[in-house]
Design a binder for this molecule. Structure first.
Ligand SMILES: *Cc1c(COP(=O)(O)O)cnc(C)c1O
Length: 240
């Protein structure tokens, strides 16, 4: 029997999880990639803990939160579960960093050197190493934070000197376009940027992951090399 929430929202999360998994496989196969190298991060903003549990039961293993306060409510409600990881995928305000660092396995959207240095200070105090991705503002939009493609080399060298911060790759949010193909050039550019650093050796950082693609364009992102896609509405239904 369907729960009230499922009936009311006419959203079947288990079906959605299956169709996203199928979509990931198909997109990967079109370009000769191994689908197991692509991870789905469920974008959980506004989604209830009950819906998250259903997603977990259906096989989702990474929850990506945008809002610290929401995460602080949902994390204890979900509790510790086999294989489950929480990522932070939203913009991070300075004053909230002390509550973000160490609580999330991966921070997707580190947007400046200054922010990386603040994370370093907090991680050092906690005696941990925080894994991060660097957000790249590929289109140079003034409304968005992030590194530019041209200052990435310098940023990587500097962040690699921070012992408690470990970069693992790049993330982007391309300019909005209804048409998934509209994002392709930005995804492609991020992949080329990643490829230009893949051979470079760092002390403890690595530039491997590409976090790009959302509900409407994740297949295009995978065709262009995404290793993590961040999917919200296609899993949980339209947000209010
Ligand atoms: C909400 C969100 C997503 C997912 O968006 P959908 O279009 O619902 O899939 C991905 N990334 C970030 C940073 C988000 O805030």
């Amino acid at each position: 029997m369907a729960s009230f929430e499922e009936t009311a929202g006419s959203v079947n999360i288990a079906d959605n999880v299956q169709s996203i998994q199928e979509g990931i496989k198909q997109a990967a196969r079109r370009v000769g990639r191994d689908p197991s190298t692509i991870r789905c991060v469920a974008a959980t903003k506004t989604v209830s803990s009950g819906a998250l549990l259903r997603a977990y039961e259906a096989g989702v293993r990474i929850f990506g939160e945008n809002r610290l306060q929401e995460a602080q409510e949902k994390m204890p409600a979900i509790g510790i579960r086999q294989g489950l990881a929480w990522h932070f995928i939203g913009r991070m305000q300075s004053r909230k960093l002390k509550d973000i660092v160490g609580k999330f396995a991966l921070l997707h959207s580190v947007e400046s050197l200054e922010q990386a240095r603040k994370i370093e200070c907090i991680a050092e105090k906690f005696g941990i190493q925080q894994e991060i991705l660097l957000e790249v503002n590929v289109a140079g939009e003034s409304s968005k934070g992030g590194f530019s493609c041209t200052n990435m080399q310098d940023a990587l060298v500097q962040i690699d000197q921070l012992p408690h911060v470990a970069f693992r790759g790049l993330m982007t949010l391309p300019p909005f376009s209804d048409n998934p193909e509209g994002a392709r050039p930005y995804f492609s550019e991020l992949r080329q940027l990643r490829d230009s650093f893949v051979q470079q050796s760092f002390s403890h950082g690595r530039v491997e992951e590409l976090s790009m693609g959302m509900s409407h364009d994740y297949q295009v992102a995978i065709e262009e090399g995404a290793t993590m896609v961040r999917i919200g509405s296609a899993l949980f239904g339209k947000r209010a």
